[in-house]
Design a protein around this ligand. Structure first.
Ligand code: CO
Length: 420
């Protein structure tokens, strides 16, 4: 039997087992020109099949393939101080909704502290019936929950107000999504007893910046978590080891890492991070304060800036949508710069305040195209176009950019960021 006969026979066997014809099993094969080829006889038994692999390495923490070593976080271009730096998640290489812990974006204000967990303490005080100090053992005795949530810096995509980032890691890389495990904050607060006058709480980190933000008590009692684990293991140091605050859907800066203190009060605490920073300058010269929720947003990941569409014909457009207000209800894709839209398929699971993957089959005819995605969340909120966002917010804003992203595919297949 020739190689092509072997291949054909396998297709038919596979098809018969499922009650399908070969054509319906491989509907894409005719259209995916250049995506596969007949095997050369020498390839059938490659060298790594003829020798033993390496043994299980002990003791060791598993590592990814060395062929994937180029998939890394990168610093925000131009930010050279690595103590107050940020690093960006390589979304262009993410598969599925979970960001690997080693690729979750970072934002530090005074470096990453080295905290022995047995010496860490969480103080709960202020307007409580009894101030309490918790060790990590104390915290971990409470009933735990695990939930998938995105985390997005409110400065994500801030460059897009004026400039254009070259690729999605630059434009959207202050975004990650993990499974988070910890204790509902409400349980800890109830243990201390909440004074009825309390309306806000101050959350403070144990890093040298003593990062502090004010959090509405309603949020603390709703879905806030004291998190100690991420993606199946204890938090990474750069993600707040041994304990951080997680406020699902709220801007990243409020999710205080290395959490050491919660103080309940009647008013917000007016910290540096909510007065001189993390406010939104509006066109009339006033500034919005306490804009906590990250509104619905989406981005096409493949194809995106810096990538190349290899050939005309079938292309699966893939991306992510998310909303700080709940679930993604719908995601529309345009391949003509927003003139016409089609509903994309949402990939399960579709979770609240979590990345939702979407996909859309596309036949590229080789003509220039502008790809866009538009998210709608379960509250009915529709992700705005860039021009609508600028009309409402002006051009002197920095945080909370959630405009529709445009990627232009040129006739040679190259993809670049455009402000359509
Ligand atoms: Co804000």
């Amino acid at each position: 039997m020739s190689q092509s006969e072997v291949k054909r026979g396998r297709r038919l066997l596979f098809g018969r087992a499922l009650g399908l014809t070969a054509a319906s099993v491989f509907p894409l094969s005719a259209r995916l020109a250049g995506s596969g080829s007949e095997p050369a006889s020498g390839d059938l038994v490659p060298p790594w099949t003829k020798t033993q692999g390496h043994p299980i390495l002990t003791p060791a923490y598993g590592e990814r393939s060395k062929y994937e070593a180029a998939v890394v976080r990168v610093p925000i271009p131009g930010r050279v101080n690595t103590l107050t730096a940020a690093s960006l998640t390589p979304l262009q290489d993410q598969r599925g909704i979970v960001t690997p812990s080693g690729l979750v974006f970072e934002r530090h204000h005074a470096g990453v502290p080295d905290i022995p967990p047995e010496r860490h303490r969480l103080l709960v005080h202020g307007l409580v019936e009894r101030p309490l100090t918790f060790t990590m053992d104390d915290v971990m005795r409470f009933p735990s929950v695990s939930r998938f949530h995105f985390l997005e810096c409110s400065g994500n995509s801030a460059g897009e107000w004026k400039r254009m980032g070259s690729d999605i890691q630059v434009t959207h890389g202050l975004l990650s999504c993990c499974e988070w495990t910890g204790v509902p904050l409400a349980l800890i607060l109830q243990e201390a007893g909440i004074d009825p006058r309390a309306k806000w709480l101050l959350a403070e980190g144990a890093d040298a910046a003593a990062m502090t933000r004010s959090v509405p008590l309603d949020k603390a009692l709703d879905d806030a978590l004291l998190v100690y684990a991420q993606n199946g293991e204890m938090l990474r140091p750069e993600q707040g080891y041994p304990l951080r605050l997680l406020l699902p859907g709220f801007e990243g800066n409020m999710n205080i890492k290395w959490l050491r203190r919660l103080k309940l009060g009647e008013q917000p605490f007016m910290t540096r991070e909510e007065t001189s920073k993390y406010t939104d300058l509006m066109p009339d010269g006033t500034a919005r304060q306490f804009t906590f929720v990250m509104e619905a947003k989406s981005v096409i990941v493949r194809p995106s800036g810096g990538q190349t569409v290899r050939s005309r014909g079938f292309v699966e457009i893939q991306g992510y949508a998310w909303s700080g207000r709940g679930r993604i209800l719908r995601l529309d894709v345009s391949v003509d710069g927003g003139r016409t839209w089609r509903a994309a398929q949402l990939q399960e699971p579709v979770l609240s305040k979590c990345l939702t993957a979407f996909r859309m089959p596309w036949q590229w005819d080789g003509e220039p195209a502008v790809l866009q995605s538009r998210a709608v969340d379960e509250t009915g909120y529709v992700q705005p176009s860039r021009s609508a966002l600028l009309a409402a917010r002006g051009s002197e804003s920095y945080y909370h950019y959630n405009g529709i992203q445009s990627w232009r595919v040129a006739s040679d297949g190259s993809v670049e960021n455009v402000h359509a």
